[in-house]
Design a protein around this ligand. Structure first.
Ligand SMILES: NC(=O)c1ccc[n+]([C@@H]2O[C@H](COP(=O)([O-])OP(=O)(O)OC[C@H]3O[C@@H](n4cnc5c(N)ncnc54)[C@H](OP(=O)(O)O)[C@@H]3O)[C@@H](O)[C@H]2O)c1
Length: 242
């Protein structure tokens, strides 16, 4: 195989953003390396892509483990040059600050920020010699502002956003497009609809952000010519107060 590859980490439920992005970029024609923590979920996404005529490989990788991230990119490059890398892993971990354990804060930061550094660095190492490639990071409302009880999550997401800016300014002039997507509100996927059904109900009709609508933005960023790049795009429903 020698088709261009997309490495997408943070893939879980079929109705989640990671899986939606995998399906989208398989349709775009990339070989998708479907990466995350849970083998069964990854296999389901890769199998679905294969059944629809696309090509995908499932790779188990914890994005907070340096050897795993290096191995992930080595495996992807063995399939074909990595042209797109998407950092979608995230763990919204609310908590009261006065009782928050240090380990809890650090775990949130490892997935939300440190993993983005490992992933972004490995992507840039592969793309730099070719002078091309796209690296996209998934953000949230917490990327832009701290709210009560979200101190750990907002520290991680804010750090990831600044990291993405730094990467964009370092690698943009070398032909690598780095961008950050602010997902400003709940997503209409399994995490909210199954995990927080009361919240989903309270948001009402069209109160959660459409998965395919978000994927449209990632595809737009990937397709932008280097004479017209965006670094950051936000997305929310018509109902969202911001
Ligand atoms: N859901 C929302 O309402 C919402 C709103 C705003 C922003 N976001 C952002 O969107 C992204 C995720 O979207 P989603 O909620 O639809 O979830 P998703 O894309 O369906 O799943 C994210 C996956 O990340 C995986 N993951 C967690 N820690 C990891 C690690 N250390 N290494 C590798 N993979 C890891 C989880 O794996 P397991 O399945 O094994 O746990 C999970 O399946 C996150 O960056 C999140 O902050 C979500």
């Amino acid at each position: 195989m020698s088709s261009k590859t997309a490495v997408i980490i943070g893939v879980g439920a079929q109705r989640g953003l990671g899986a939606t992005l995998c399906r989208r970029f398989a349709r775009v024609g990339l070989h998708v390396v479907v990466a995350g923590r849970t083998a069964a979920k990854l296999a389901a996404v890769a199998d679905e892509i294969g059944a629809a005529g696309g090509s995908a490989t499932a790779v188990e990788a914890d994005t907070t483990a340096e050897p795993a991230v290096i191995d992930l990119f080595d495996r992807a490059e063995a399939i074909g040059p990595v042209d797109l890398a998407v950092y979608n892993a995230g763990n919204n971990m609310p908590g009261d600050l006065l009782t928050m354990e240090a380990e809890y804060f650090e775990r949130c930061w490892r997935v939300g920020c440190f993993g983005g550094f490992l992933f972004g660095r490995e992507a840039a190492r592969r793309m730099k010699p070719r002078g091309r490639g796209t690296i996209l990071f998934t953000g949230a409302s917490a990327s832009l502002r701290g709210r009560p009880y979200f101190a750990a999550f907002t520290a991680a997401k804010g750090g990831l956003r600044n990291f993405a800016q730094s990467m964009a300014r370092e690698f943009g002039p070398q032909g690598i497009h780095v961008a950050h997507v602010v997902v400003d509100g709940g997503i209409a996927g399994d995490r909210i609809e199954k995990g927080l059904p009361d919240f989903a109900t309270a948001m009402g009709e069209d109160g959660l952000i459409d998965l395919d609508g978000i994927a449209d933005l990632y595809e737009l960023l990937y397709r932008q010519p280097r004479t017209a790049w965006s670094h950051e795009i936000d997305v929310r429903t018509f109902k969202e107060k911001f």
